[in-house]
Design a protein around this ligand. Structure first.
Ligand code: NAP
Length: 303
C-alpha cells in the first residue's frame, strides 16, 4: 500500500510541477490553472460561500478577490447569489478574470425547471453567464438528474454556462449521464478531506478527464491534530489548515475553502510557496477512514 502511494505521489509531483509552470506563466494569478475537458481552464484554488450570511456575502467576496482569489463557489441553495454578484462587481475586476460557479438545487431538477433555475441564478448574480454550472446533488430516487444534465448541456451550448459539471455524483450517476448524453462533466465537486479521501471516485475522474473539486476540504477541523498533519505543519512552519489544503492541491484536486475572516482567507490562499514531501503525502493518506461530515449522495434528497 505504502509503495503504491509513493509511486502515485511521484506522478503527482510531476503533475504539480506542470501546474506551477502554468501559474508562473499567468501574470497576476495566485493559483495554478487546471485544464478542463472542454478546453477551458479553472483556478485550482477558490473560496466557498456556503453558510456565509447573505448580508455579508458581498463584502466577503470582495475581500477574497482583493486578496487574490479568482474562483468563487456559490449555489442557489446558499441564498446569497446576490451578494456573490455584488462582491464581484465591487472588486472592480474584469468579469473574465473571475471564475464564477453556481449550482442547480434539488427542487429545480428536471429539464424545464433547471433551465428556469439557471436563469433565476443569473438574474440574482447579475451576470449573463457563469463559468461553471453544477447539478448540486443527484437525488437518485427522483430520477431526474439525466434530464437536468441535458438542460445544462443546452445552457452550455447557449453560452449561459461556459463549463458544466456535477456535484456529489457517485460513479453510477456519472456513468449514466455520460452513457445517455455522451457529455462528460468537466468537474465533480465532492466531499474530500483527510478522513474521506475517495480514492476510487478520484481514479474514475482521472480516467475520464473529470476534475475533482473538494468541498468541506478542512473536514470540520477533525484532522488538525492528527500526527501526520502536525508533523508536516512543524516541518514547514505552516498551520494544520494550510497543510491540509496543500494536500488537496498536491493530490491534483481543485479546492474551495471557506472563511468569513480576512485572516482565514489570506491563510488559505498562501499555499504555493511550500510543498509536502512524498512521505508526508503518504502519511496523510493513512488518515482516510471513509467517513463523511456531510450527507451520503446515494440517499440525500432534501428539497
Ligand atoms: N457541493 C456541495 O454539496 C457542497 C457542500 C458543502 C460545501 N460546499 C462548498 O465547499 C465550500 C467549503 O466547504 P465548507 O464551507 O463546508 O468547509 P471548509 O472550507 O472545509 O471549512 C470552513 C470552516 O473552517 C473554518 N476555517 C477556515 N479557514 C480556516 C483556517 N485557516 N484555520 C482554521 N479554521 C478555518 C471556517 O471558520 P471561519 O469562517 O471562522 O474561518 C469554517 O468554520 C463551501 O463554502 C461551499 O462553497 C459544497
Amino acid at each position: 500500500m505504502a509503495e503504491t502511494l509513493f509511486h502515485c505521489d511521484d506522478a503527482l509531483w510531476h503533475r504539480f510541477a506542470t501546474l506551477c509552470r502554468a501559474r508562473d506563466e499567468t501574470p497576476g494569478a495566485t493559483s495554478p490553472l487546471l485544464p478542463l475537458n472542454d478546453g477551458r481552464q479553472m483556478p485550482q484554488l477558490g473560496f466557498g460561500l456556503w453558510q456565509v450570511p447573505a448580508a455579508t456575502t458581498a463584502a466577503t467576496t470582495a475581500t477574497a478577490l482583493r486578496l487574490g482569489y479568482r474562483l468563487v463557489d456559490g449555489a442557489a441553495a446558499y441564498r446569497n447569489e446576490e451578494g456573490q454578484g455584488a462582491g464581484l462587481r465591487a472588486s472592480g475586476l474584469p468579469r473574465d478574470e473571475v471564475f464564477v460557479t453556481t449550482k442547480i438545487w434539488n427542487s429545480d431538477q428536471g429539464f424545464d425547471k433547471a433551465l428556469r433555475a439557471a436563469e433565476a441564478s443569473l438574474a440574482r448574480l447579475g451576470l449573463d453567464h457563469v463559468d461553471l454550472l453544477l447539478i448540486h446533488w443527484p437525488c437518485p430516487s427522483r430520477d431526474l438528474y439525466t434530464d437536468t444534465w441535458r438542460a445544462l448541456i443546452r445552457l452550455r451550448d447557449e453560452g449561459r454556462a461556459r463549463s458544466i459539471g456535477v456535484s456529489n455524483f457517485n460513479e453510477p450517476h456519472l456513468q449514466r449521464i455520460i452513457g445517455e448524453t455522451g457529455v462528460v462533466p468537466a468537474v465533480n465537486q465532492i466531499e474530500i478531506n483527510p478522513r474521506l479521501q475517495q480514492p476510487a471516485l478520484r481514479a474514475f475522474h482521472r480516467a475520464h478527464g473529470i476534475v475533482t473539486q473538494s468541498w468541506t476540504p478542512l473536514g470540520g477541523g477533525h484532522s488538525f491534530a492528527a500526527p501526520p498533519v502536525i508533523a508536516a505543519a512543524a516541518r514547514t512552519g505552516r498551520s494544520p489548515a494550510q497543510v491540509i489544503l496543500r494536500w488537496h492541491i498536491q493530490i491534483g484536486a481543485s479546492v474551495i475553502p471557506r472563511s468569513t475572516r480576512e485572516a482565514g482567507l489570506a491563510e488559505n490562499l498562501n499555499l504555493f510557496d511550500f510543498t509536502l514531501t512524498p512521505g508526508e503525502m503518504a502519511a496523510i493518506a493513512t488518515l482516510d477512514e471513509a467517513s463523511r461530515t456531510g450527507p451520503d449522495p446515494a440517499a440525500f434528497e432534501m428539497q
